[in-house]
Structures are given as structure tokens and as C-alpha cells.
Design a binder for this molecule. Structure first.
Ligand code: PLP
Length: 454
């Protein structure tokens, strides 16, 4: 389909409100780039330019773009049954089949799936379930949910309250009451001389201090991404999660693992919980569940909570029109088939993930503004610093990450600038040649960033 780029840009400027966008800035830049096609890890824009997508869209297109099987799954389901819902004692076959499949794939004890449309909705759902659970347990005072600095859990009022992002909180009077935050296990910033494992335990113990300060009788749950994604690909030391598990158990706090980015192979395991030995009461799933082909999210509910809510709770007054949409579930089932059949979990953890990291290390070896390259499976970050030895940052509070991101963009490479880092999370299907190309283009972008910084 050919498109009139100038006209679309004009219409976009007049009518389209983009997510997370400064519209004045966008219009000064002449409007958005319009993506028209995609195949594998390559996007094509309306001018016919091919762009290498090292972000899998928004950390979601795990099986790569253009998979015919997923289009066929959607088409087949749309033809058989375009929609029916799960209210009023009904359901559809793909919905049930997907719930059972997720119960099998996720760690033991997460036996039930509640479906929604986005990660934000799934996390909002968890907030209600957590509070209802404690009320049923006769502890209605246990309401506070603790998240972390740099955490990202979504954009609805409750999900954004879980986030550890002051700029979001400053808009709209967030967080809501009964949300608190503790430090992130961010070794590059906090580890100093103590070593990663000691720092991991220290970061976890800030959770215990917060629980004791608030009173365990008031704290309902802790939420964390196994690896923090949108906060800058913050990879915790191995000591962190076991200590968090101990703290939650000892203080009777529910544990929520937000696997929206980490799930479905990204960390080289089906789920981040398996990588870090986390035994959560809830798991949030979205993005890779359909590889972004169609919106879908799920809350995996652990047996302890599900048992209480089901046995003692009666009807739970919560659900979305499209909870368990049959077309989305059919696409998810086909997507899980591809991940399993093509061995993409192993590929992320043992093949292309380490390969891409090694190539970046080689190409950026000794680069004057690169302070660290870190990765886990097929997600990683390049920290940009003024001084490699002291890790001193450039002034400007995140300005250099955006400069580097813009140089990538103009080099037809999509990476994301988060504070002072450049992050990546490509499709798990990326080839070695494409990984080489990512490394070369990232090098060019960082050279240009260093040049601009003078
Ligand atoms: N949780 C995590 C870890 C995420 O990264 C995101 C989105 O990036 C969300 C939740 C929110 O998902 P959505 O944008 O689908 O609402």
C-alpha cells in the first residue's frame, strides 16, 4: 500500500496524540517517521528506508516481524468466532487453552490466568486482587504495595503509582495513597567498592527497612521486574532476588514478578523468575505473549491467593470486555508454538544474546564514553560516562542517552536512550550478521555522540 507521507504527517500533527511524546518537539522535527512494513528485525518506512530494529518494537516482538503463521492464526479465529467473552459463565476454546498452556509454562503454583489487554491493566488487576486477598484474610490494613526506583509497570493510575518514575508521578498527582518505593539494585550506580553480591543484598535489605518502617501489618506486596527494563535495563546481582524472597516470606508480604518484558524467552529462560529463582504469588505477562502481534496480557495468580479469592471471595467484580479475547489468545498459542519449536529461549540465552554482547564489547572496546556493557539473554545496555574510571556522568540528567539514541535513529538503528544509557532488546530471531550490523551502527552513533560532547 503506498502512502502519502506528507499528508500523513500533516494529519498526525493535527489529530494524533502520540503516547509519551512532546508534541511541540515532534512538530518542530517535521512530524513522525511512518513505518509501513516489517520483516524479521527490519522495519521499512514510508520513504522506503530500511531500519534495523534493536528494540523489537517496544521490547515485544520476540519472534520477529512478518510471521505468516500468526496472521493465519488470527484469520482462522476471526473466521470461526471473531469474539465472545468470559462473562456470564461462558468462554471460548483458545482462551481456556492459553490459560492451561501458561499454567504449564510458568513456575509451579501459578495455576490460573486472568486475561487483560495491556501490562498496565494486568498490574491494576493485581493491585485489586492483592487488597481483596488481605481483606479476606482479615487484614484489611495490609494495603501498601512497594515498588522500586526506576521500576516501570504501566501508565494507568495504579500501575503508574507502582512505577519509580518521579517525572510520571509529577503529572496527575501520583502516586496514589498506599504506594511506596525502595532503591533499585543498580550495581553500576551503587556498588562502589563493595562488590556486586554485597550490593545486591544491601539493595534487597532496603525493602526490609521500608517494611519495618511502614509496619508489616500495613504492607501488602512487593513488585519488581526480574530485570528492570524501561528503567534502563538494570540487571540485579544474583544475591538480590533470594534475599527479597526471604524478606517477603518472613514479613508475610506477597511477591509480584512483573514479567512483561522479561517473559517469553528474553532472558534466556521462559521467564525471569526461572533465571533468578523467584517464587512469586503473581506474575504479570504481556508483550512477548503474542510477540506484539495483537494486544493481550495476563495475570498469573498463585495458588495461595487464588485459593482464598475463589473459596472465600465470591464474585470478583473485575473484568474487561476483551479479557481472554479469542483472537488474541489464538495468536498467543501460535506464538508460543513458534518460540518452542524454533528454540528461541535457548537462542536468546546461549547463542544470539551472548553473541551480540560479545560483538558490542569488541566493537566498543576502550571507547572513551562507554562505562559498561551489560546484558542478560537478549536485553542489554551500554552506559555512557564522561570518565570511564570514576564513572562520572555527563551533566544534563539523561541528555546524552537521548543524543546517542538520536544518532542511532539517524543511522537507521532503533535503540532506546534511557537516562545515560543506550539500551537494546531485539527479536530473539536476530541473525549473527544482523547483530554485527547492530554493533557497527551503535559504534557509529556513540562516536558521533562523543564528537558532539566535544
Ligand atoms: N510492566 C512492564 C515491566 C513494562 O515494561 C510495561 C511496558 O513497557 C508495562 C508493565 C505496561 O505495559 P503496557 O504498556 O502494555 O500497559
Amino acid at each position: 500500500m503506498s502512502v502519502d507521507t506528507a499528508e500523513l504527517k500533516r494529519l498526525s500533527g493535527a489529530h494524533h496524540w502520540h503516547p509519551f511524546t512532546d508534541h511541540k518537539e515532534l512538530s518542530a522535527l517535521g512530524g513522525p517517521r511512518i513505518i509501513t512494513h516489517a520483516e524479521g528485525v527490519w522495519l521499512t518506512d514510508s520513504a522506503g528506508v530500511r531500519i534495523l530494529d534493536a528494540m523489537a518494537g517496544l521490547w515485544c516482538v520476540n519472534v520477529g516481524y512478518g510471521r505468516r503463521e500468526l496472521a493465519d492464526a488470527a484469520y482462522g479465529q476471526l473466521t470461526d468466532l471473531s469474539f465472545y467473552h468470559g462473562f456470564f459463565k461462558t468462554t471460548t476454546a483458545p482462551t481456556v487453552q492459553l490459560a492451561a498452556r501458561l499454567a504449564e509454562l510458568t513456575p509451579p503454583g501459578l495455576s490460573r490466568a486472568f486475561f487483560a489487554n495491556s501490562g498496565s491493566e494486568a498490574n491494576d488487576t493485581i493491585v485489586r486482587m492483592v487488597r481483596h486477598y488481605w481483606a479476606l484474610k482479615g487484614k484489611p490494613g495490609k494495603k501498601i504495595i512497594i515498588g522500586r526506583d526506576h521500576g516501570y509497570h504501566g501508565t494507568t493510575m495504579a500501575a503508574a503509582s507502582l512505577n519509580g518514575m518521579p517525572a510520571m508521578h509529577a503529572q496527575g498527582g501520583l502516586p496514589l495513597p498506599d504506594f511506596a518505593h525502595v532503591m533499585a539494585p543498580y550495581p553500576f550506580e551503587g556498588q562502589g567498592e563493595m562488590g556486586a553480591e554485597a550490593f545486591g543484598r544491601l539493595a534487597a535489605r532496603t525493602l526490609e527497612e521500608k517494611i519495618l518502617q511502614l509496619g508489616p501489618e500495613n504492607v501488602a506486596a512487593f513488585i519488581g521486574e526480574p530485570v528492570q527494563g524501561a528503567g534502563g535495563v538494570i540487571i540485579p546481582p544474583d544475591s538480590y532476588w533470594p534475599e527479597v524472597g526471604r524478606i517477603c516470606r518472613e514479613h508475610d508480604i506477597l511477591l509480584i514478578a512483573d514479567e512483561v518484558i522479561c517473559g517469553f524467552g528474553r532472558l534466556g529462560h521462559w521467564f525471569g523468575c526461572q533465571r533468578y529463582g523467584i517464587s512469586p504469588d503473581f506474575m504479570t505477562l504481556a508483550k512477548g505473549i503474542t510477540s506484539g502481534y495483537i494486544p493481550l496480557s495476563a495475570v498469573m495468580v498463585g495458588d495461595r491467593v487464588a485459593g482464598t479469592l475463589i473459596e472465600e471471595g465470591g464474585e470478583f467484580y473485575h473484568g474487561f470486555t476483551y479479557s481472554g479475547h479469542p483472537v488474541a489468545c489464538a495468536v498467543a498459542l501460535a506464538n508460543l508454538d513458534i518460540i518452542a519449536r524454533d528454540g528461541l529461549v535457548r537462542r536468546a540465552g546461549e547463542e544470539i544474546g551472548p553473541y551480540l554482547r560479545t560483538r558490542l564489547e569488541e566493537v566498543l572496546d576502550g571507547h572513551p564514553i562507554v562505562g559498561e556493557i551489560r546484558s542478560e539473554g537478549m536485553i542489554g545496555a551500554i552506559e555512557i560516562v564522561k570518565d570511564r574510571r570514576t564513572r562520572e556522568r555527563f551533566p544534563g540528567n539523561g541528555r546524552v542517552g537521548l543524543m546517542a539514541r538520536d544518532h542511532c535513529f539517524h543511522n537507521d538503528l532503533i535503540m532506546r536512550g534511557i537516562r545515560d544509557s543506550l539500551v537494546y532488546a531485539p527479536a530473539l530471531t536476530m541473525t549473527e550478521d544482523e547483530a554485527d550490523e547492530v554493533a557497527q551502527r551503535a559504534r557509529r552513533a556513540l562516536d558521533l555522540t562523543a564528537r558532539d560532547l566535544g
